[in-house]
Design a protein around this ligand. Structure first.
Ligand code: NIG
Ligand code: FE
Length: 428
């Protein structure tokens, strides 16, 4: 098990988010990082045993200093491991030819409606074995880890039939077991209308509700239930029906809302009491206000807007209206093929008007809330998992200021050093 204790010392700035585990941060609270200068963390048995000033912890653990592995964080910042609350981690293949088509003028929805897009990845994923999906996912998880991410959410949705949806969720479970990064599962059977149901999408929704959801719940394959609510995909009425049905089985609702066109997805998220509404590029003021009132987390995916060359979500407005905001990559082969949370944080500042402090809250503690994990991860506090990130910058603002670069120096996951000097060093 975890034999040796780890003592991280002398971090220039340690960002703790102390006391933020009970509810997501909103408004000015998103800028309260609770920074400790000359910060230190004592790690034992995979957990944070203590966090505070280096001199205080040196006193507290005086008798044990010789036995611990010391990591000197001089000149670096220490923060909670990044959390990505929205990915489509498990899929087969890639779609660079569609990227090329879009650069030549085609739109994302046109490509999808002509049988490409999600449908293209669905046919590849249907053909892949579970083992192949696990292997592709592990490669992506390594990329996440190298960018400082220690927990990701992962959705199914490239099956659109029960056999493949289950295969994806099983692959996510195996990847979670095999890889240091934790993988939290979401069922997204209603990610697109499969070709077989093109003429009757309502019948597909009924199939998902009657045949798939009960099995997801019974076999504990996922915690969350998501749908692509978008004009030309699933309507708000269909989305409501599916999300309510999931709720009855204990699956918490999430929703891809107002991504391409305004469709009152944010309003729906508030009405069904979703844990998060994601994308929100075209969310209305009213929808945002309803989300703020209900405490629905807005998971913003600035990489998707960037990669689809669309206008970004109004992150600044959402925060000012009181929506708790989180950030994510949306990692998927069509609209955001990246694993870089740091770059999402850069975009959040440069394209959505978040400050560097808000971007960090959104990528750690609020992201942990968006996947119902804030009691275990997302802040540096006694008793939480030792999921920690050391960045090679002297203060947190430089993380965004030196944009487009990966500053990851060391990553500790469950109390084990898994990235050292920016490189993978875990044993699989
Ligand atoms: O979140 N919008 C729907 N789903 C993904 C894209 C999936 C794909 O293109 O493969 C998204 O953007
Ligand atoms: Fe998505």
């Amino acid at each position: 098990m975890h034999s040796k204790s780890i003592f991280i010392t002398h971090a220039n700035q340690m960002i703790t988010f102390k006391g933020s585990s009970h509810k997501p941060l909103t408004k000015e609270k998103m800028s309260e990082l609770h920074i400790v200068e000359d910060g230190a963390v004592w790690i034992e048995d995979g957990l944070i045993k203590a966090a505070g000033k280096t001199s205080d912890l040196e006193g507290q653990f005086q008798g044990q200093l010789n036995e611990a592995e010391i990591i000197d964080a001089t000149g670096k910042i220490l923060l909670p491991g990044l959390v990505d609350p929205h990915t489509h981690l498990v899929y087969a293949g890639s779609r660079e030819e569609e990227f090329n088509m879009r650069l030549n003028g085609a739109t994302y929805m046109e490509i999808m409606n002509n049988g490409g897009g999600i449908h293209a990845t669905t046919s590849k994923t249907r053909k892949a074995s579970e083992e192949e999906l696990v292997q592709e996912s592990l490669i992506r998880l390594d990329r996440f880890l190298k960018h400082g991410v220690t927990t990701v959410e992962a959705k199914s949705g490239y099956g659109l039939d029960w056999e493949t949806e289950r295969k994806q969720l099983e692959a996510a479970k195996k990847a979670d077991e095999l890889h240091p990064v934790d993988v939290v599962r979401t069922f997204m059977g209603a990610h697109a209308v499969p070709a077989e149901y093109k003429k009757n999408p309502d019948a597909f929704i009924d199939l998902v509700i009657e045949e798939m959801l009960p099995k997801v719940a019974e076999e504990k394959l996922a915690e969350f239930n998501d749908i692509f609510c978008e004009r030309g995909v699933f309507t708000p009425e269909q989305s409501r029906k599916l999300l309510e049905a999931g709720k009855k089985l204990g699956l918490k609702p999430k929703i891809h809302a107002d991504e391409i066109e305004p469709y009152e997805g944010a309003e729906l998220a508030a009405e069904v009491g979703a844990i998060s509404a994601d994308h929100l590029l075209r969310a209305s003021d009213k929808g945002m206000e309803m989300m703020a009132k209900k405490g629905v987390i807005g998971v913003l995916l600035p990489g998707t807007a960037f990669f689809l060359m669309a206008e970004a979500a109004r992150g600044r407005v959402m925060i000012d209206k009181g929506v708790p905001v989180a950030l994510s990559t949306d990692c998927n082969p069509g609209s955001s093929p990246t694993c870089s949370m740091p770059f999402m944080m850069n975009l959040a500042c440069l394209h959505m008007g978040l400050t560097p402090a808000e971007a960090i809250s959104a990528a750690t503690i609020n992201a942990a809330h968006a996947i119902n994990r804030a009691k275990e991860i997302g802040s540096i506090e006694e008793g939480k998992k030792a999921d920690l990130l050391l960045l090679n910058v002297p203060n947190y603002m430089q993380m965004q200021y030196h944009y487009g670069m990966n500053h990851t120096d060391t990553v500790i996951k469950n109390g084990e050093v898994v990235i050292k000097g920016g490189s993978l060093c875990y044993q699989r």
